[in-house]
Design a protein around this ligand. Structure first.
Ligand code: HEM
Ligand code: HEM
Ligand SMILES: [Fe+2]
Length: 495
């Protein structure tokens, strides 16, 4: 019933594309989240370039901005900008999906500022305090020391409070308006996502126990709850850009969620092979994580089928292109690049080499950067007055097409360069050298490894140029456009 009403709403929205109404307060808030996300994306790139340069020139900025700091800012900025992108996307769709204005807009606006100021303080402290004692005071004020979620405890608590406020805004809006398959899945997923964050907050002196819980956050985020979250927003995005029928996207969503949780939760075991946890994890982790690519294949089929079914007739070409990049990037980066190193027999050789970084780069970029970019395009189209963003843009769409190409070719090139470095490390350090300390260094001085590090930089520069172009496109696309958005003959209209 809820779905039927929502279907009608979709038809109405789509039938009046030219009605360029002013943005709602929640939509303006979404734009603010997107703005911070894009600034942090740029920060991520800059610190990635610095860390990459330090592979080639180990003395570069030594003592001023050490490698560990650059690497930390690089990956923490990434996690935060992606979360900002998700929050922005959810604020963007929540009113449309619920059919009522956002509940508690003032709280939502205040939360944005609290969160953003906290993020800025954390980054500044990271940069200013680079060394110090490992004591409780440091954990509370400076750095918690857990990769990807290094924010100190005061910030952790602040983040949890902000997430609670965000959750209230979203859940209360759906409760006041109407529920759908997408929103129900989304809200349940948000509970899991926020709850998992607690696993990364407490301190134990046993490194195996510490790592055990830390993986609950990192793995169960990116391979379970984040995947489901992007599944939900992708479902909404496909309805909006292509006019796919709600029943179809919801059915796919349920199948993907079942497969994702079915394989991803116990797939956690692929991080428990060598950290001092019991041996049964070898079997459990190997088996379940090997199944993880299946839902990712389903997503590719879903997106390509939908796009093909609608003859690629979308009302927002850049958004559709990035949604398709997401489907393929997720499948390749997470599914294929994860799968190739997930069996313990192989992971024994590849663990913690550049294979890992190769997978990490393609997976985060392919699965998550892409979908946030798609949503920014959706939001910009509406902001600029529901304008035309299909074929035949004034500059022939050169900027968005080049940005798409440079970012994706850059990410793929970097992935291949890192894979070559990792392959060589597994060979020299592990297979031949037997994992000795000496072999560890031998593995990083061979010509294959060193050349790969140069290639990584070259592709990193390509990606950075692509990002600059993308940001330029965000600032200009649709400005001065007089044509209304294309009306796509979607299922929602033809029923
Ligand atoms: C979008 C989803 C995914 C993202 C963003 C992602 C990201 C990452 C990252 C960043 C790491 C490195 C963690 C570290 O710092 O040690 C990692 C490790 C790993 N991932 Fe994924 N991953 C995803 C999905 C998958 C999937 C589906 C599989 C398996 C099919 C997989 C298998 C692995 C394995 C085995 C490791 C450990 C590598 C090692 O031993 O060093 N990942 N992943
Ligand atoms: C200018 C482009 C980039 C450069 C030069 C770069 C460079 C680097 C470097 C040097 C590291 C440290 C690797 C190590 O410790 O061995 C790193 C780690 C990482 N980067 Fe990037 N990066 C870039 C873009 C990106 C993008 C776009 C993403 C994802 C959206 C990303 C995600 C990651 C992740 C997840 C890690 C941790 C990987 C691991 O521990 O295995 N990077 N990057
Ligand atoms: Fe994992």
């Amino acid at each position: 019933m809820a779905e039927a009403t929502a279907d009608i709403a979709a038809t109405e929205v789509r039938a009046t594309p030219a009605a360029a109404k002013a943005l709602s307060a929640a939509q303006r808030l979404a734009l603010r989240y997107f703005l911070v996300a894009m600034v942090l994306f740029l920060v991520q790139m800059v610190f990635g370039l610095l860390a990459g340069l330090q592979f080639l020139m180990p003395d570069f900025l030594h003592g001023a901005l050490d490698f560990n700091v650059n690497r930390m800012v690089h990956i923490n900025a990434m996690i935060v900008w992606m979360l900002y992108g998700f929050i922005g996307s959810i604020y963007w769709l929540v009113e449309d999906e619920a059919g009522v204005p956002l509940v508690g807009i003032r709280l939502a606006q205040a939360t944005f500022w609290v969160l953003t100021i906290a993020v800025a303080v954390v980054v500044i402290v990271f940069l200013v305090v680079q060394v110090g004692p490992g004591e409780m005071r440091s954990i509370w004020l400076i750095n918690e020391g857990r990769e990807y979620i290094e924010a100190p405890r005061w910030a952790d608590i602040g983040i949890v409070l902000c997430m609670a406020a965000f959750f209230y805004n979203v859940a209360a809006t759906f409760m006041k308006g109407r529920w759908s398959g997408i929103s129900g899945t989304l809200v349940l997923d948000l509970i899991a996502l926020a709850g998992l964050y607690f696993a990364g907050m407490f301190y134990t002196t046993n490194i195996s126990v510490d790592q055990y819980w830390w993986w609950w956050v990192v793995h169960l985020w990116v391979e379970a709850t984040w995947e489901v979250l992007v599944g939900c927003i992708m479902a909404w995005g496909l309805m909006k850009t292509l006019g796919v029928r709600r029943k179809i996207v919801t059915t796919w969503l349920y199948i993907e969620v079942a497969l994702m949780f079915g394989s991803g939760i116990l797939g956690l075991g692929h991080h428990y092979f060598w950290i001092g946890t019991p041996e049964y994890w070898l079997g459990i982790g190997g088996f379940f994580s090997a199944l993880e690519p299946i839902p990712l294949v389903a997503m590719v089929v879903h997106a390509v089928y939908d796009a093909g079914r609608h003859g690629f007739q979308s009302n927002n070409h850049p958004a559709l292109a990035w949604l398709i990049a997401h489907a393929f990037g997720n499948f390749l980066g997470a599914g294929v690049w994860g799968f190739i190193q997930t069996l313990p027999q192989i992971n024994l050789y590849t663990h913690g080499t550049q294979w890992t970084a190769s997978h990490g780069h393609l997976a985060f970029f392919g699965a998550y950067a892409t979908i946030v970019v798609a949503f920014v395009y959706l939001a910009l189209q509406r902001w600029r007055g529901d304008v035309w963003m299909s074929g035949g843009l004034p500059d022939k769409g050169r900027k968005w097409k080049w940005a798409l190409a440079l970012l994706n070719v850059g990410a793929l090139g970097m992935t291949i360069a890192l894979l070559i470095a990792g392959y060589e490390q597994s060979f020299t350090e592990r297979a031949i050298g037997g994992s000795t300390w000496q072999a560890y260094f031998a593995g990083q001085t061979t010509v294959w490894f060193v050349q790969a590090m140069y290639w990584r930089m070259a592709f990193g520069v390509l990606m950075t140029v692509g990002l600059l172009l993308l940001l330029w496109d965000f600032l200009t696309i649709g400005r001065g456009e007089t044509r209304a958005a294309k009306v796509v003959p979607g299922d929602a209209n033809t029923r």
